[in-house]
Design a protein around this ligand. Structure first.
Ligand SMILES: C[S@@+](CC[C@H](N)C(=O)[O-])C[C@H]1O[C@@H](n2cnc3c(N)ncnc32)[C@H](O)[C@@H]1O
Length: 294
């Protein structure tokens, strides 16, 4: 398995605090079979939605679900007992225009493996297709499952500014003390993060990239430095980039060579300190404010 960064040639469970990028052009079931069980602290991905994008072949919903079930089962095998599995999905649209929410129909596949749902995160964005016969879709979801009740969750690295940071208790034994955490508040389960469209700083040839900041929040809260992060449908490697940015090892595969090549180029560019990503916490552009509020 090709590796760039440190830890070259070592298996994920031998890596200790070494971090590296392990990416291949491969079908995910083949790639995963060589990885040791329980070696991944975070598995985060956005699979194809079976809607006929350039990288997928549209098929029956039953056949799509069967293939998802095989990949999910293998991901569960790879997941560390304290680890997290995050499945980011939107809607499948049938040939007669009916909406099928993929998180709802995939949920039972995860429960069949005894996983515990911790959050159903709603990711809201402003850009996308303009529909004429229904409301335009402006959110997708992340199903966050853990393998056990004893799972890694670090809130401090992902806190966001409190709404009223100077607010104090006005009665009771702590009167006068700050009532909110000085490090900020829990970001909640509704995440407003721009999706990667043409004017986004991270845009590549891939039609459906993750914004790196979305994965960064998952990496920072669900793993520790030196842990391993895996994306079985990695596209242009956004999850691997987010992992490396924070001292974690990044694993991923995709069946399209062009995407894997771009992923390697992004990793090299990160290594040179040249990769541009939209910073976590940057306010969303607001046309009603001077300079969009930036
Ligand atoms: C929604 S995209 C993921 C994009 C990714 N999150 C990113 O930021 O670039 C799904 C990806 O899955 C890949 N793919 C489809 N079937 C696959 C398979 N069996 N094994 C590995 N990758 C696959 C596609 O080529 C596509 O790039």
């Amino acid at each position: 398995m090709a590796c760039l960064w440190t830890g070259a040639g070592r298996q994920p469970n031998e890596m200790g605090s070494g971090v590296g990028a392990y990416m291949e052009c491969a079908d995910n079931l083949l790639y995963m079979k060589d990885l040791p069980s329980e070696s991944m602290k975070l598995i985060v991905t956005s699979p194809p939605y079976n809607i006929g994008k350039v990288y997928e072949r549209r098929r029956s919903l039953g056949s799509y679900l069967k293939s998802q079930a095989l990949v999910i089962a293998e991901c569960v095998r790879l997941l560390d007992p304290q680890g997290s599995l995050c499945w980011q999905v939107g809607n499948h649209i049938t040939s007669d225009g009916e909406v099928v929410p993929l998180d709802i129909i995939l949920y039972q596949h995860f429960k069949d493996h005894g996983l515990h749902l911790r959050n159903r995160i709603v990711w809201h964005f402003e850009h996308g297709l303009h529909c004429s016969k229904r409301y335009s879709g402006r959110y997708e979801t992340v199903l966050w499952f853990t393998k056990s009740k004893n799972y890694t969750f670090n809130l401090d690295p992902v806190r966001v500014p409190s709404k009223y940071p100077g607010k104090r208790y006005f009665k009771g034994p702590r009167v006068g003390e700050l009532s909110c955490n000085p490090l900020g508040k829990n970001p909640g389960d509704l995440w407003i993060i721009p999706n990667v469209k043409n004017n986004h700083v991270e845009k590549t040839q891939h039609p459906c990239q993750f914004p790196v900041e979305l994965v960064e929040r998952l990496v920072l809260s669900m793993t520790n430095e030196g842990d391993s992060v895996f994306d079985p449908y990695m596209g242009v490697g956004s999850s691997v980039v987010a992992a490396l940015m924070h001292g974690r090892a990044g694993y991923g595969c995709d069946t399209v060579q062009e995407y894997v090549d771009i992923a390697w180029e992004r990793v090299r560019s990160l290594q040179r300190g040249e990769l541009r990503t939209r910073p976590m916490g940057k306010p969303v552009y607001d046309p009603s404010r001077p300079n969009g509020g930036h």
